[in-house]
Ligand binder design. Structure first.
Ligand SMILES: C[S@@+](CC[C@H](N)C(=O)[O-])C[C@H]1O[C@@H](n2cnc3c(N)ncnc32)[C@H](O)[C@@H]1O
Length: 225
């Protein structure tokens, strides 16, 4: 189970709002947890099956990674923070917006059904993206690191274009841990270098973190008590 702790000092998620929620596992009902753990185990089994059939290892890794994303999409729909959208008559999922606020009544689509919110529909989205990307003639290169410490010498490029966070509006790392804890359990073994830690790296995140500021303020007040 994803028993990783959420930050109790982060007021931008339910964990920091005094509702008593301490771990990511607590964002799911026992039924949702059973569903997600079963899907996660099936992803690992699918990869073992491909290996038994001697499928090329890079292909196993690619298929496994897409299936890991599938579990994430299901987790988005199957949590107690998934909101029903009256105007569209469907589930907005956990991340209808980039936040993890308290939701007082949640919606739970059938993960095995073929309506919106089901695993089949989630897989269709992933396949569509993979097909569209396969058509690009200029593949991208993805590196993990901080934009504040690029691993290239000065004057290596004509331009560096970034899309940085918006001050303290969205705490990307804290929010992405919702998916990180599931990816760890589905495909963490494929990318041990990226899943070695409890949560996503936050120290170099270019955001103004109000919880850090509040902690610093509390510390200051204690010292001057
Ligand atoms: C406005 S979002 C970019 C969204 C992205 N362009 C997209 O379309 O999905 C800002 C991103 O910057 C990332 N970020 C924050 N601090 C960073 C840093 N020091 N180095 C690199 N990326 C960082 C956040 O994790 C977040 O994904």
């Amino acid at each position: 189970m994803p028993n990783e702790l959420m930050d109790p000092n982060d007021p931008t998620t339910v964990a920091g709002r005094g509702f008593g929620i301490k771990t990511f596992a607590e964002l799911f009902t026992p039924r949702q947890m059973l569903c997600l753990l079963t899907f996660a185990a099936a992803v690992r089994e699918a990869m073992r099956e491909l290996e038994r059939e001697r499928v090329e290892s890079e292909r196993v890794k690619a298929v496994g990674t897409y299936l890991g994303v599938l579990v994430n999409r299901i987790a988005d729909k199957e949590s107690t923070l998934a909101r029903w959208d009256n105007s569209r008559e469907n589930s907005q999922g956990t991340f209808g917006r980039q936040a993890l606020p308290m939701v007082w009544d949640f919606v739970e689509p059938n993960p095995l059904g073929d309506a919106s919110g089901g695993a089949d529909g989630a897989l269709d989205w992933i396949v569509s993206v993979a097909e569209a990307q396969a058509a690009y003639v200029l593949p991208g290169t993805v590196l993990l690191g901080s934009a504040t410490a690029l691993p290239w010498s000065d004057v290596s490029f004509d331009a560096v274009i970034t899309d940085p966070p918006y001050y303290d509006n969205i705490q990307y790392a804290a929010l992405s841990d919702f998916f990180y804890v599931w990816l760890k359990r589905t495909i963490g073994h494929l990318f041990p270098e990226h899943f070695a830690t409890e949560g996503t790296p936050m120290k170099q995140e270019a955001v103004a973190d109000s919880s850090l500021r509040q902690a610093a303020l509390a510390n200051t007040m204690e010292n001057f008590g």
